[in-house]
Write a new protein. Sequence first.
Length: 414
Amino acid sequence: MTSPARKRIIVGVGGGIAAYKVCAVIRHFTEAGHDVHVIPTAAALNFVGAATFEALSGHPVSTSVFDDIDEVAHVRLGQEADLVVVAPATADLLSRAATGRADDLLTATLLTARCPVLFVPAMHTEMWEHPATVDNVATLRRHGATVMPPASGRLTGRDSGAGRLPEPGEIALLGDLLLEEPESLPYDLDGVRVLISAGGTREPLDPVRYLGNHSSGKQGFSLARAAAARGAEVTLVAGSTSDAGEPAGVELIDISSAVELSDEMTKRAAEADVIIMAAAVADFRPVAVADAKIKKGTAGPAPIELETNPDILAGLVQARGRGEIGADTVIVGFAAETGDENGGVLEHGRAKFARKGCDLLVVNPVGSGKAFGTADNTGWLLSSAGTETALPLSSKTLLASRILDALEPLLKRS
Ligand code: C5P
């Protein structure tokens, strides 16, 4: 018997050069204490040897339904699994899985698995965009599987474009999410354009110094990751982050200061169906930015004169009111609160919701080790319909998916 926290995971490996990167995913799951079986295709073993997969997983590896026939492995492995991750999912493997072929141990196992299945495609851009592959991906999604969008960038050879295997950490985060909550990644945001801000802003004082904050960007990046896996077209405008990951299939725009963030969000807002302001935006910025490094001098520290930054969230709500962005655009804000002598976290959140005028507000406690930089988060979700929903402590990726669930009644689909 495995303990409830120790899950049975199958990592199916397809025959692509990115197979070597999947070793890090296997390692992630075994280090988390899970029981991992690796099922490569015969082609995968051209790229990474069986010995590597056996050493990493601690289990023998076979590719054929005719090995260990007395064990009926192709049925047992699938039936007992809590999660199947297929990476790299090549065009050929997606095709075989979509049509229900069972000509090797991996595809046979996919037919017997009743747990969440995460396909992680990797191939050349032309193959990814070919109508046959597009159809196969749609079929697999219709069958209930999650298909990660591939990353863009350098491919094997001289090619560059969509089709790179997402970073192992990204595959691991979505796998962990499906173990935490198997129903958390429905394919329900297809074609929805989601604009997200994340991370902290840096307000420059001189060429080497800035006023900043502790935001890691993890919650905003988790929203981008979950939204992209659910089919959304995601643009992520990111300030300073720490260990927030590299969500695949997401357009990433880097900014530094609040004014830069304001410019990017304002420019893109009219093209969005949903805007989520998860960034920790500095309320103030230095009035003057020195051209050269400020020297200590002998007179002690000079005071820093500050001016107020634009409230981007409130500004977007006002722009919607003026008709500058679509009346149906859903606007989501965040309120990181500590609570004080004037009220608790939720009371401060309610007051902020009334002030900002957005459609949803995520209120979360911060300070004393809570939220900033952590992998988990908790809080409340306030909606303009007057509901207040508690968000139980969970990974930031699951919390992100719960926030995305709340969009459904607000989205006006054409
Ligand atoms: O007012 P406060 O900073 O607590 O509000 C937090 C919410 O407002 C977050 O969604 C944050 O991204 C947004 N915000 C903003 N512009 C600011 C300050 C905060 O959009 N200048």
